[in-house]
Write a protein that binds this ligand. Structure first.
Ligand code: PBG
Length: 331
């Protein structure tokens, strides 16, 4: 008998709920989620971020409370970003090296509250600490210096490691920084601190609300195209990933997320390593705007996009929708 209609009817396995459950190829659980959180000064402070409806900056005590919620919902990891006070920002971003900066206080508060029940991933780049909003140190012409920046990033990484970070995530796109950070962590005895490299990070228009959240949007002069990647390039993303893996990255990230799922898939097929994607602030804002405009159902949009990351090959996703998704999936 020939394998064609009507012997084959693909709708047969879709006809009932039990059968659809049985044939589902990809699963999404709260354990696939990394929840990015913004930290701000003060006590008992919650500051909503206007361009990210539903997302707030929290003072350190609030961050610890969010961490406990995350544990209860089965979210395995948080990602932290500081909104550094303007008077603590400088040309060289030296606040990144302060053992008592917002970031370090937040890391310690989470670890005090939750211990090893949750992982803490920390962003390494200077933009939340500089007056110019660039991720590194500038020369007189405003060009972001590679090698001098690496030294600062190594110091920032060690500072976060000492405070208790579990995963160091360099998002700066300097050449060679993963190797330098790995060597410094090994040397200091932090052999089990992971590195998740923002390996393929594009110069994207989707980061706007994030820059509001960390307070760098009004500061940023120009763009980040001399270090973040051209959205036109895919081959180059594979070279970036290969180098970061060779330098000791434990996992790699593609960012932004949904518009770059082709990159996720290629990285997964080529390297067979843990791949993560960052569904960034502009993607979150787009879903919220669509839902608010009645163009789609918020919960369905959130779960469908997150499933798409898993289907493309992601081990997990950084998403501001993590608490909503975890609640929906945990039911
Ligand atoms: C900065 C950094 C950015 C994001 C994460 N780390 C912004 C940028 O590169 O300008 C963006 C995340 C988001 O948009 O949600 N190193």
């Amino acid at each position: 008998m020939s394998a064609s209609y009507p012997a084959i009817r693909l709708r047969r396995t879709r006809a009932s709920i039990w059968s659809r459950a049985l044939h589902r190829e990809t699963v999404l659980t709260p354990a696939d989620l990394i929840w990015p959180l913004f930290v701000t000064e003060g006590r008992g402070v919650e500051e909503p971020v206007a361009s990210l409806p539903g997302v707030s900056r929290w003072s350190v005590d609030g961050i610890a409370a969010r961490a406990k919620e995350a544990v209860a919902m089965g979210i395995p990891c948080l990602a932290l970003f500081p909104n550094t006070q303007p008077d603590r920002r400088s040309d060289d971003g030296a606040e990144a090296l302060n053992p008592d900066n917002l970031m370090c206080r937040a890391i310690r508060a989470i670890k005090d509250a939750c211990g090893d029940d949750i992982g803490v991933l920390t962003d390494v780049a200077l933009d939340p600490y500089t007056v110019h909003g660039q991720d590194g140190l500038l020369d007189e012409a405003g060009y972001v210096l590679n090698d001098a920046t690496i030294e600062a990033l190594v110091g920032q990484s060690l500072n976060q490691a000492v405070a208790g970070a579990d995963v160091i995530a360099p998002s700066d796109m300097m050449d060679g920084r993963v190797g330098a950070i790995r060597a410094a962590l090994e040397e200091a005895g932090h052999v089990n601190i992971q590195i998740m490299a923002y390996a393929a990070k594009y110069a994207s228009a989707f980061y706007g609300p994030f820059r509001d959240a960390v307070g760098s949007r009004g500061l940023l002069r120009g763009d980040k195209k001399t270090y973040q990647m051209d959205p036109a390039n895919a081959e180059e993303a594979l070279r970036e990933v290969a180098l970061d893996l060779a330098e000791g990255a434990d996992s790699v990230m593609v960012k932004p997320g949904l518009p770059y799922l082709d990159i996720v898939r290629q990285v997964k097929e080529r390297f067979e390593v843990p791949v993560f994607a960052y569904q960034v602030s502009g993607e979150y804002a787009m879903i919220e705007a669509a839902a608010a405009a009645g163009a789609g159902d918020r919960e369905a949009l959130v779960l469908e996009t997150l499933m798409a990351f898993k289907r493309a090959g992601c081990s997990g996703v950084l998403t501001y929708h993590a608490p909503l998704a975890a609640k929906l999936l945990g039911a």
